[in-house]
Design a protein around this ligand. Structure first.
Ligand SMILES: CCCCCC/C=C\CC(=O)SCCNC(=O)CCNC(=O)[C@H](O)C(C)(C)COP(=O)(O)OP(=O)(O)OC[C@H]1O[C@@H](n2cnc3c(N)ncnc32)[C@H](O)[C@@H]1OP(=O)(O)O
Length: 229
């Protein structure tokens, strides 16, 4: 494990340049992405509105938009393409599926796989985080469904979050409930948004929050009443 530096901004697309230092394995660059094969049917639909410079990335990987190696690879490639398009200033990530934003890491990727495959998968998770957190575009999560664990990480990694209000939708790093300790950089990403004490309680208890509760704890500045954003 080494130290990596992630800088956000430095372009006219992001006025407030921020710098943070994180501990993690060496990031995997484009060459690594292109070595990985993506599945044939797209798991993410990308629409860029050239008149506004806003792109929408819609997750469409039934049943629950779980973050598989294929999904993560496609996510990183799509984000990289938008990053290279100077007309794109901001990205909204959201779901095309009813009721689910993302169920988090694909459990099947973590079960009965070879150490090499696990390593590749874990690298892809880190890469998703690095690319999203380090993006010089403005990133917004429009959370229109449940968003546990890795789904929550993805939302927390964006600059802004908006969540649809529905008592069935929960968001949180709830992996404790599965007997998994959230990696420190998952925890740090949550601390950056909601502070130390809220994170401590949430991780210890594996809590999932409703949109109004999350708003109260400063997860975001607004939520919307429609069940679909
Ligand atoms: C080296 C390892 C270190 C790991 C460190 C990181 C730790 C954790 C990060 C994670 O993200 S772990 C994953 C945590 N995610 C969850 O616990 C979510 C579990 N799922 C749910 O709570 C629910 O499925 C849902 C998302 C709220 C949706 O509920 P709904 O009732 O609509 O649907 P289900 O019937 O429950 O599920 C449908 C279908 O999807 C499969 N599925 C659900 N979640 C996952 C998943 N994360 N990965 C893979 N597959 C998933 C579920 O099994 C059902 O499949 P079928 O039975 O229909 O085949």
């Amino acid at each position: 494990m080494g130290f990596g530096t992630v800088s956000r901004g430095g372009s006219s697309r992001w006025p407030d340049q921020r710098l943070c230092t994180v501990e993690m394995g060496p990031p995997c660059h484009t060459s690594c992405l292109s070595r990985r094969k993506s599945s044939s049917s797209p798991k993410i639909k990308v629409d860029l509105d050239s008149s506004t410079g806003i792109a929408v990335m819609k997750f469409q990987s039934p049943p629950v938009n779980s973050l598989s190696l294929d999904f993560l690879t496609e996510f990183c490639i799509s984000l990289e393409k938008l990053e290279m398009d100077r007309s794109c200033r901001g990205v909204v990530v959201t779901s095309a599926l009813p009721k689910i934003f993302s169920a988090g890491l694909d459990i099947m990727e973590m079960y009965g796989k070879s150490p090499e495959r696990c390593g590749e998968f874990w690298k892809a998770v880190q890469e998703m985080w690095l690319k999203l957190y380090g993006s010089n575009m403005v990133t917004i999560a429009a959370i229109n469904g449940s968003s546990p664990a890795g789904g929550c990480l993805m939302a927390l990694t964006c600059d802004y979050r908006i969540m649809a209000e529905n008592p069935r939708y929960g968001i949180g790093l709830n992996e404790t409930q599965l007997g998994i300790v959230a990696p420190f950089w998952f925890k740090d990403t949550m601390v950056n948004t909601v502070g130390h004490r809220t994170t401590e309680l949430a991780l210890e208890l594996g809590l999932l929050y409703s949109a109004p509760d999350a708003l109260r704890l400063a997860w975001w500045t607004s939520w919307c009443r429609r069940t679909r954003c």
